[in-house]
Design a protein around this ligand. Structure first.
Ligand SMILES: [Zn+2]
Ligand SMILES: [Zn+2]
Length: 346
């Protein structure tokens, strides 16, 4: 069984074979002892200037364009870090090249992460909530309290000082109207139609891919490059027919109004209507449209000189008599709560 397992060789990570096929480049490191910079991670295990051992924590990727390829590189794995002198050693070595310390129980050197090219958004943008939110909450609460006192009502004695009504009727005229719509939604009675080709929407279509190199720290003073690609899209306009046309539609042309006082029974205005072209019903013909009616009572306080005007329903209006005393609910703002008239003992 053990022999079979060894033949299948499951312990060899696929990384080593893949990494050895692609080119390796020198990581860089800076010497902390003498300040020398841009030293080669694989070639310079010791500082060429002062002889200090390499600190694997000082490794970094070289600036773009300054990469130095390691020719005929044999990758044996991530370096181990000496427990005694901290210097990095090849995975194949059993003893530290700097101090002679043994490999056993040694940990691997830390790997450098390649930073993405896109700059990260500044953190200030994320936290804008703070005092602004508290101030908003306080203002909202104050507003609620003020609204409560403004809306709270108290009763006041009043008499009906005046009554009046308004009745209004709209007059519509059949008119030729110009409209624009997509031709697939053309009204059935459209005429004088003209078509224009116009962009209606956009469609994103795949357009190749965006690729960039990601540098991968191999851990032995070298790094490799991996291509990372994301699909790219192109916005394409979609055109359609747009129609300009005319249709005959009833349009509110004017309104007639009739106003009356207490003793006049409500009545609707009787406007004269144009018959329209071609003996009636054609363009220019008029008809009655929507009707609106409003009924108002003017109330006068019995104790003070205050007056209020309330809009009420036709039923309430006809039941209220001039000089009738009513109890009116008045708000903190001084305005009348006209709905209290409905609840009055009528
Ligand atoms: Zn040095
Ligand atoms: Zn050592």
């Amino acid at each position: 069984m053990a022999g079979m397992n060894a033949q299948q060789s499951p312990s060899i990570p696929p990384l080593s074979s893949a990494a050895s096929s692609s080119p390796h480049y020198q990581m860089w490191w800076d010497c902390g002892a003498c300040g020398a910079t841009g030293l080669l991670g694989h070639a310079h295990r010791h500082c060429p200037q002062c002889g200090a051992a390499q600190d694997p924590q000082q490794r970094y990727f070289p600036p773009a364009g300054a990469e130095v390829e390691v020719k005929a590189h044999r990758y044996v794995g991530v370096d181990w870090r000496c427990r005694f002198c901290e210097s990095p050693n090849a995975a194949s070595a059993d003893f530290c090249g700097n101090c002679g310390g043994p490999k056993e129980d040694a940990t691997q050197v830390p790997l450098v992460e390649d930073k993405p090219a896109t700059p990260t958004t500044p953190p200030q943008a994320a936290r804008r909530t703070g005092w602004g939110t508290y101030a908003l909450v306080v203002v909202a609460l104050l507003g609620l309290v003020m609204a409560y006192f403004a809306m709270r009502t108290h009763p006041e004695q009043a008499v009906i000082a005046d009554k009046n009504w308004t009745r209004e009727v709209e007059i519509e005229r059949l008119t030729a109207v110009s409209q624009t719509r997509w031709c697939d939604a053309l009204p059935a009675d459209a005429y004088q139609i003209s078509r224009v080709r116009v962009q209606r929407s956009t469609r994103s279509t795949p357009d190749g891919q965006e690729c960039h190199d990601v540098r991968v720290d191999a851990g032995d003073g070298t790094f490799t490059k991996r291509k990372e690609c994301t699909p790219r899209y192109r916005e394409e306009p979609i055109y359609d027919d747009q129609c300009r046309y005319r249709v005959n539609r009833w349009q509110v042309q004017r309104s007639d109004q009739l106003q009356g006082l207490t003793h006049q029974p409500p009545a609707w205005p009787q406007p004269s209507l144009a018959p329209g072209l071609m003996g009636g019903g054609g363009l220019g013909a008029e008809r009655l449209g929507q009707r609106h009616e409003t009924y108002r009572v003017v109330l006068k306080a019995t104790q003070t000189n205050k007056t209020w005007t309330c809009q009420v329903s036709p039923r309430v209006w006809s039941q209220l008599r001039l000089e009738q005393r009513v109890a009116l609910q008045v708000r903190g703002t001084g305005g009348a709560d006209c709905t209290s008239l409905l609840a009055a003992d009528l």
